[in-house]
Design a protein around this ligand. Sequence first.
Ligand code: CDP
Ligand code: CDP
Ligand code: CDP
Length: 218
Amino acid sequence: MIIVIDGPAGSGKSSTARAVANRLSIEYLDSGALYRAVTLVYLEAGCEEEKFFSLLQKKDISFYYRDQLFHIAIDGSSVTDDIRTAAVAENVSEVAAMPDVRAFVNDLMRDVVKEGIYIAEGRDLGTAVFPDAELKFYMWADLDERAQRRFDERKDKNPDLTFEQVKESIAQRDQKDASREADPLKKADDAIEIDTTAMTFEQQVDEICWKVKQRIED
Ligand code: CDP
Ligand code: CDP
Ligand code: CDP
């Protein structure tokens, strides 16, 4: 069984999905983290496409969710922290636009969800990866609200960061993700839309948990 949440950066997909997974004791899958890990390989290859694809074929990417964290490793070495750098954020949308990369990541995901109940989040899970998902959500919030959330998360770690920088970076990534040809960010026709702009975190977790529980019991 698979439940999916798609939406733009900062809409709350990842923290909400983790909270739902914890509360209902189900598995969590962060597809963005997989694209970020693949982007590390792209950077390792010096951003040269041919070198990148031959390198990617040789890499073993493993992942699991535990203790509030989606752990990810390449050839056994953890990259859980490395995937959150600015270099990765700047390149990930370009890498994720490559159809061969999407096929690679989709295979990883489809393989792992064969057993158990999963809540997975990303951009194209309801439209392209799991079109038959039991339940689909599309989370959304105004750009200013999403940028403010991301800024609040990052400002202590990086005192030089400005709200405008965060807003610009999120807006650019959204634009690239929504306009690419291969499986762009898009609400599935049968997804439940949740505008979180004026919601509290607890409200959105409650709403999704309620709908998921109903579906599990059906
Ligand atoms: O956490 P945040 O929303 O900032 O980003 P993420 O979920 O970690 O995703 C990083 C990037 O991976 C996105 O900007 C997309 O370019 C790509 N992605 C994708 O193309 N398809 C997905 N299903 C998930 C992520
Ligand atoms: O995964 P995505 O990029 O969609 O968002 P996220 O990484 O979950 O970041 C959303 C941030 O906004 C988290 O720090 C949440 O605690 C916070 N937040 C939220 O998700 N929903 C609200 N209604 C208010 C705050
Ligand atoms: O209920 P439980 O303590 O298991 O989880 P939770 O408090 O609902 O939070 C689950 C995840 O959501 C954690 O990774 C928190 O960091 C995140 N969270 C968040 O980002 N913003 C909040 N306002 C509350 C939780």
